[in-house]
Design a protein around this ligand. Structure first.
Ligand code: SAM
Ligand code: TMP
Ligand code: ZN
Length: 404
């Protein structure tokens, strides 16, 4: 196994066994899911990048029926709106600025840019969600971003002031092609801003469910600085974000174009002090995860044996790892409630638990609910305050199994 970035040697540290595609919600009666892959992660001895050991072909994951909608969370809608407003007042103030978003999904960010009348383009391969963005007035190109796409966009629209990607770069194994594309597309003084789940938070919180097919990379300041430098860029800013269980927003500029903010050196030093990329640190993370699995299965089995009613909340892509790694099926969780239309009436991948709309959750409330969308806990617990009032208990498994 060689590193996808530098061909260095990978130290495997976590193994979740055979897994289905995390977003393949089959309809009841559909033929058995034919596709499975080996979900395991390793760290590169050469460039410190944490990555999956096996790559799932992109067309299997990102296609017309890709179900995830960015705008499903009010907190995320606000998050993208505020980022768009910030870009409009900082990077996009020149004459006729142009911003490109990779993985614009349903347009949560670019709709704000479109409303402001600023030139933009979303590059989004998943046709269904791209249509939702287009219906909001967002200009979308239904395509995977890569070097050739960048050249085509440059020819059509000219250079970009900003390229932005949220929860998308970590989904893309072929970063050489992406970096080449950025070099082609960005203006000399332009920036690439992207945000993804942060390795430091994953390790600290033992949030092992961040590891699934679509999340190919688990970035840190250390690995991103290395990636940038390999391609003539520099990491010039980092910002910790509270969303999705802890992320970092990285800003890359061409080497020498901007002075790195002090936050970069601070985060690099913190990663060094925490020995974040050491195989021993990552193996300790994996051992904690095995403990979480054992405690969660013991809890749910005990509740079933007592006759308690247990539902799941949020049919997240993350939950595929939890359910399949722990062997949790419909005998332990009756159904999972989720607001996403394309998931409702279907079954969770591999574990075959029915997914139902949120109205089913309160009809009647269960005794316990496993909060798979724990990254949206504040929003969901506020919305479902009736559950606690009715005597219901939330089950969380990050950073360890606990009841709320
Ligand atoms: N940016 C949104 C957000 O943060 O909510 C959507 C994130 S979603 C988890 C990942 C998105 O990346 C999907 O909509 C997928 O279709 C898109 N994607 C995957 N590979 C891509 C590529 N090579 N270029 C552009 N988008 C891609
Ligand atoms: P995410 O953690 O990848 O953003 O996925 C969140 C999932 O949870 C998504 O399928 C939508 C669902 N969801 C609800 O069902 N209710 C909610 O209130 C929120 C915020 C999300
Ligand atoms: Zn490497």
């Amino acid at each position: 196994m060689a590193c996808r970035i530098c061909s260095g040697r990978l130290h495997p540290f976590a193994d979740f066994g055979s897994q289905p595609l995390s977003d393949a919600f089959a309809a009841p009666g559909d033929p058995a899911e034919p596709f499975a892959f080996h979900l395991a992660a390793g760290v590169c001895a050469g460039c410190s990048t944490v990555q999956l050991l096996e790559e799932v072909p992109r067309e299997r994951m990102f296609h017309a029926d890709y179900p995830y909608l960015s705008s499903g969370s009010a907190v995320m809608r606000e998050h993208f709106e505020s980022l768009a407003k910030r870009l409009l007042t900082t990077e996009l103030t020149g004459p006729d600025p142009f911003v490109v978003e990779l993985g614009c999904n349903d347009g949560a960010m670019l709709a704000v840019i479109a409303d402001a009348g600023v030139r933009h383009l979303g590059v989004e391969p998943s046709g269904g969600v791209a249509d939702v963005a287009a219906a909001k007035g967002v200009r979308v190109r239904k395509d995977f971003f890569e070097a050739a796409t960048a050249a085509a966009v440059l020819a059509e629209d000219g250079p970009a002031d900003v390229v932005y990607a949220a929860n998308t770069l970590c989904h893309i194994p072929y970063l050489d092609s992406i970096m080449e594309g950025l070099d082609t597309l960005l203006r000399p003084g332009g920036v690439f801003v992207f945000e993804d789940p942060y390795l430091g938070d994953i390790v600290e919180r033992a949030s092992f469910d961040q590891i699934y097919d679509e999340h190919f990379y688990y970035f840190s300041a250390t690995s991103v600085r290395g990636l940038a430098r390999r391609h003539g860029f520099e990491l010039v800013d980092v910002e910790r974000l509270p969303v999705h269980g802890g992320e970092v927003r990285y800003t890359l500029a061409r080497q020498g174009a901007r002075t790195p903010a002090p936050a970069v050196a601070e985060l690099l030093a913190a990663e060094e002090a925490a020995a974040l990329h050491e195989p021993a640190t990552l193996r300790r993370f994996a051992a904690r995860v095995a403990g979480t699995r054992d405690r969660l299965v013991t809890l749910l089995t005990g509740l079933r044996d007592q006759g308690a009613r247990v539902y799941g909340y949020g049919a997240t892509a993350k939950s595929a790892t939890v359910l399949n790694y722990c062997g949790i099926g419909p005998d332990l969780i009756t159904f999972v409630s989720d607001t996403t239309p394309a998931k409702q009436g279907r079954l969770t991948p591999g574990s075959h638990i029915p997914v139902r709309g949120p109205e089913a959750f309160a009809d009647p409330y269960p005794d316990y609910a496993v909060l798979f969308a724990w990254n949206h806990a504040a929003e969901i617990m506020a919305k479902e305050s009736g559950f606690g009032a009715a005597g219901g208990t939330w089950i969380l498994y990050v950073p360890e199994v606990h009841l709320v």
